[in-house]
Ligand binder design. Structure first.
Ligand SMILES: Nc1ncnc2c1ncn2[C@@H]1O[C@H](COP(=O)(O)OP(=O)(O)OP(=O)(O)O)[C@@H](O)[C@H]1O
Ligand SMILES: [Mg+2]
Length: 261
């Protein structure tokens, strides 16, 4: 039986879909049997990030309505023998029209077929977060370093704790210079202050939004540092002890000593 991870955030636009699709690709590169389940009902995007938009015919709505069995809506990414598949979300359904027990059933079926289920979730702390948290074994919160994103992450973590989840944290769009200048809180300190399990950090890269124009995810953007950040995150998710990069550790030290590097 596999494990399902919901990618969530308090604030919108922090990079959940970027993280979900790139993490799925990093797991694929490791040969882990994985499915990316686009859970942002009504706002489909994972297919575009994986360049699968021309292949998707059936989606979550077709499964929920019983029109097709789940296997007909699973599309292998990067060739027929790929260990990564995509389940696209509906573009017409609204989140309020989806029942929690039905999403749970879909997640259970995916877990029976794949070792890892990555659910790309919506932003916010509303009904949709609860709906998808119920279908996941773990939640991965994506946060940026700005104060609004940090505050929203704190609030989301609080809501998740009430749902008995102990989330992971990925800090995305990190600008190391801002951390070293003391203008942004280092990821490790952020995670500790919110009692979140730090899974990793991904730097801000101009190549990421540019890659999206070619229907490529951050993992394939041509930024080696971004790619290896996702490889490390995938390794940590698989239980490997991968230490934080050295530069990050020194930034953590400067935060505690108050010294500007
Ligand atoms: N590490 C990064 N560096 C630079 N740009 C990034 C990075 N990660 C994400 N982005 C950009 O941020 C924008 C939002 O990303 P994305 O769509 O993944 O966010 P989201 O949290 O899924 O949004 P929503 O809340 O609308 O679902 C995109 O233009 C994406 O290319
Ligand atoms: Mg998204």
């Amino acid at each position: 039986m596999g494990r399902a991870y919901l990618i969530a955030s308090g604030k919108g636009g922090v990079g959940k879909s970027t993280v979900a699709s790139s993490l799925a690709l990093a797991l694929k590169a490791r040969g882990v049997s994985t499915v990316l389940f686009d859970g942002d009902v009504g706002l489909r995007c994972a297919d575009l990030m994986l360049n699968m938009q021309d292949q998707v015919v059936f989606d979550l709505e077709d499964i929920l309505s019983g029109a097709v069995p789940i296997e007909n809506a699973l599309y292998p990414v990067g060739g027929p023998n790929s260990c990564l598949s995509l389940l696209a979300t509906s573009q017409t359904l609204r989140a309020g029209e989806v029942r929690a027990k039905d999403v749970r059933k879909v997640a259970e079926k995916l877990k029976a077929r794949f070792d890892v289920v990555i659910i790309d979730g919506p932003a916010g702390i509303g009904r949709n977060l609860k709906l998808l948290t119920g279908a996941a074994d773990d939640v991965i919160l994506v946060c940026n370093s700005d104060p609004v994103s940090v505050r929203d992450t704190e609030k989301t973590a609080e809501v998740l704790r009430d749902l008995h989840a102990h989330p992971y944290l990925i800090v995305n769009r990190l600008v190391k210079k801002e951390v070293l200048r003391g203008r942004a809180t280092p990821p490790k300190a952020l995670a500790e202050s919110m009692d979140l399990r730090l899974l990793g950090m991904v730097r801000e890269s101009l190549l990421v939004p540019r890659a999206l124009l070619d229907n490529k995810s951050a993992y394939e953007a041509g930024d080696a540092a971004v790619k290896s950040a996702f490889d490390r995150i995938a390794s940590r998710l698989m239980g490997e002890d991968v230490p934080l990069p050295r530069a990050e550790k020194s930034a953590v030290m400067s935060f505690f000593t108050g010294r500007r590097l």
